[in-house]
Design a binder for this molecule. Structure first.
Ligand code: FES
Ligand code: FES
Length: 157
């Protein structure tokens, strides 16, 4: 198949690369652009481990063709942490919210999106936002507690 040249902004840096028409964004990010935080989980849109921001909204990068990201602004966990951990990330660390950490990049981006939309998100809004991010280890409580703390304004700076 003939390769296609695409251009995207990845974590603030313009990148140009050749992709195959069938390449998915997740594989291109990991294998061609060296960004490893989006994880290959189910590879079919069910687990949320491949979550990234595309043009300001979270998407499952395993369901996005790389050619669809041509011209897009893509931000991964590496991008949101560029200037150090966010308040939410600090709270996750403080509470040991994750165990194996496989789900963490996706959960963090979904939670950051929830707080961007609703800085004082209710419990329901938080749950709704991270409902698509599966975690096999934690039972979700330490994850939800951290997000709730930030949403309540009680997180340390
Ligand atoms: S790997 Fe994309 S949703 Fe599971
Ligand atoms: S901490 Fe292991 S899957 Fe969430």
């Amino acid at each position: 198949m003939k390769n296609i040249s695409i251009q995207l902004k990845l974590n603030g840096v313009r990148r140009t690369l050749e992709v195959e028409p069938s390449d998915v964004l997740l594989d291109v990010l990991r294998d061609k652009l060296g960004v490893k935080s989006p994880k290959v989980g189910c590879d079919r849109g069910d687990c949320g481990s491949c979550t990234v921001f595309m043009n300001g909204k979270t998407v499952r990068s395993c369901l996005v063709l790389a050619v669809e990201a041509d011209g897009a602004d893509v931000v991964t966990l590496e991008g949101i942490s560029k200037n150090g951990p966010t308040r939410l990330q600090k709270e996750f660390v403080k509470r040991n919210s994750f165990q194996c950490g496989f789900c963490a990049p996706g959960v963090i981006l979904s939670a950051e999106e929830a707080l961007k939309k609703h800085p004082r998100a209710s419990d329901e809004e938080i749950k709704e936002h991270i409902a698509g991010n599966l975690c096999r280890c934690t039972g979700y409580k330490p994850i939800l507690d951290a997000i709730k703390t930030v949403a309540s304004g009680k997180a340390s700076k």
